[in-house]
Design a protein around this ligand. Sequence first.
Ligand SMILES: Nc1ncnc2c1ncn2[C@@H]1O[C@H](COP(=O)(O)OP(=O)(O)O)[C@@H](O)[C@H]1O
Ligand SMILES: [Mg+2]
Length: 157
Amino acid sequence: MSDSEKILASVTTASAEETAAWGRAFAKTLSAPALVLLTGDLGSGKTTLTKGLVSGLGAASEDEVTSPTFTLVHVYGKARKVFHADLYRIDSFHDFETLGMEDMFDTPAIAILEWSERFPLIAPWPQVRIRLEHQGQDHRRITVYEVASSTPSGPTS
Ligand SMILES: Nc1ncnc2c1ncn2[C@@H]1O[C@H](COP(=O)(O)OP(=O)(O)O)[C@@H](O)[C@H]1O
Ligand SMILES: [Mg+2]
């Protein structure tokens, strides 16, 4: 994460439900096409936040949103699609493209990516980065960073 990324919002939630509720509200600020890059340790709340985002976008209910850790990508919604992928087990952008996600950027959509820091993504879409951090027990800090459109979405080395 570069120092030049501007913080757009920062909040601390006290429960999974609060994180999902924050996601529902934040979803109202998103319009397709957009890439939502989620970073944070295991259990920091990336999937929980995604439940709120997808539900706030009207693409599925929170219960329908589950971790794509093994399936790699879930697609919600009909006319307006929301992709939800987990890059944890994917090693490179090349793998990402060959695992059935090569069409993801063909049509304007919202793509929510967990473990987005694993490799740089080549996507000509506006991006926002959301970082989740454990703050002890059920508290999580959520920080939203602006990502300049010309910068890659992850480490370049
Ligand atoms: N404030 C909170 N925000 C999000 N999740 C929380 C919070 N407090 C406790 N949790 C719990 O932490 C876990 C987060 O898991 P998950 O969303 O799958 O994380 P990740 O996708 O980052 O691995 C869930 O079991 C959730 O109930
Ligand atoms: Mg997850």
